[in-house]
Design a protein around this ligand. Sequence first.
Ligand code: DLL
Length: 438
Amino acid sequence: MERYFQEEIETASVDQIKAMQKEKLIKQVAYVYKNNEYYRKKMQEKGVEPGDIKELEDISKLPFLSKSDLREAYPYGLLSAPLKDCVRIHSTSGTTGRRVVAFYTQHDLDLWEECCARAIVAAGGTAEDVVQVAYGYGLFTGGAGIHGGSHKVGCLTLPMSSGSTERQIQFMRDLNATILACTPSYAAYIGEKLHDMGLTPDDIRLKAGIFGAEPWTEEMRQNIERNLGIKAYDIYGLTEISGPGVAFECSSQTGMHINEDHFLAEIIDPDTGEVLPEGSVGELVFTSLDKEAFPLLRYRTRDLTVIRHEKCSCGRTHIKMKKPMGRSDDMLIIRGVNVFPSQIETVLLKEGYTPNYQIMVDRIDNEDTFDINVELSDEMFVKIHSNGGDDTDEKKNLTAAFKTMLGIRPKVHLLAPKSITRSEGKAVRVVDKRKLHD
Ligand code: DLL
């Protein structure tokens, strides 16, 4: 029987949810207008007042917020509650520009942790479970969010943080961890390490994994499920909106339910900003409905996905989003063609390679170069070397598979096992040297 953390709200009818969203939206807009000068100015510039928001559809009258607003308003400009009422900050691991800082009151932390608790229960978690949290702790939201959710469910929580992989496996075995929470790339690494230590999934007690914070493919899911002997669940979120648990996968694994009682989702055309009908691919935009410290309205995530209401076998009624296919700013344009790292991952795992790869892009003599470093498994390495080290056929076949998927031909390099640095957090898949020349 399906279990829920907050059954009444997780299975409420669509009409009930919409009515609740409308009431909360009206209140949240008035609250932000009153308490946040930065957004009030944006609304005034657009000629919108809180009184104009009477129906859910009126949300399209509100101005968007984007990462550049967050940078401009750093650190306190988008804070909507008195600093004395805030109890925590988290921050994103952005590589360029100023960091983004998000604030939380105790109410905001409770709301966020409840969302994470819903995700843990949807992955089969109960008070009997032992949750090993191997997301990073600190400014990153992964560790703290799942940790709080695990407490709310009443699980025994192992606050491991990421890294020290052998020690992770030792604790996993000694304390009989049943649920692992970390990035999918770290889960793949833990699976690999388990194998290297001469262990099999039978030597551990894990039953489920809650993996997110970066895009990962269905092929990667199967790889992790096999290597760890678990069912792997996806979880989505972003610091600006709270952290992990904005959306989470249930037993049907056909998309992630967005916690719609707290976060209102829209899909827009990333170029025009126009709201697209349900079922279209576009950029995901979130409006928080009941936060106090950092309630962003119409925040552009840059994540590309599809959202859809559909009857779900788990009984949850909240709208579902597909696995994001990547961020619009992760998309590479190489020789004029759009390339997502997830497409490379799909090809590699389908063709029997490891998910350890790196994409190298550069511009030489005004032309894009496109190289993919692919790491061989021990078995493949031995096979190639027993043939005298000639990997021409393997390279040819893999290059052809990439050409079919992408439409352009990369230069493939097959590397020895363990030559690509493993990730303990979000994997770095792309080295784009063209940016250095700009
Ligand atoms: O990654 C929060 C999180 C922690 C989510 C742990 C899930 C688990 P940020 O560091 O602010 O927050 O990065 C947010 O990561 O906009 C997406 O581009 C990407 N992302 C997060 N979850 C997924 C996922 C955390 N399941 C950014 N699939 C988001 C694909 C994801 N991309």
